[in-house]
Design a protein around this ligand. Structure first.
Ligand SMILES: [Zn+2]
Length: 143
């Protein structure tokens, strides 16, 4: 999913709101979605970067770790991402960037691709333990 930033980049301080529904398909081993992703995004041109905040909501199909039954859960992730305007960082130290904070680049055609970012954030939002219900008894007859 690509977002065109041409207009936003024209002036420092420009902001944009975006509400969209997107349908994606990722390899099944990573995440199976049963609904389109509802996106609510806010973009700000800070001068040195474009800050994206927002929320992604969808529904995922998971497999119960006890009975192996497939079940669906609502899945939501808060998005927060920084896109650097200039790949060469100037004035290092001005921004509170740690080594693990990875600022994504903006494509030469002034667009950003959100699909991978959203995928990562949704994966992080997945429950650690997948249970179809709190007291799932597992597969009957097997211990
Ligand atoms: Zn179960």
């Amino acid at each position: 999913m690509k977002i065109d930033l041409t207009e936003l980049l024209q002036k420092v301080g420009n902001e944009a709101d975006l509400a969209e529904e997107i349908t994606v398909s990722w390899p099944e081993d990573s995440l199976t979605l049963t609904k389109p992703i509802r996106l609510d995004l806010h973009l700000v041109n800070t001068g040195s970067s474009v800050l994206l905040t927002g929320r992604a909501e969808t529904e995922a199909e998971l497999e119960c770790s006890r009975c192996l039954k497939k079940y669906r859960v609502p899945l939501a992730a808060d998005l927060e991402e920084e896109f650097t305007l200039d790949p060469v960082r100037q004035g290092a130290g001005e921004t509170e960037l740690h080594a693990e904070d990875f600022a994504s680049p903006i494509d030469p055609d002034n667009s950003i691709d959100l699909a991978e970012i959203i995928r990562q954030d949704l994966l992080l939002a997945l429950p650690i333990k997948t249970l179809c219900q709190q007291n799932c008894q597992g597969i009957k007859g097997e211990e």
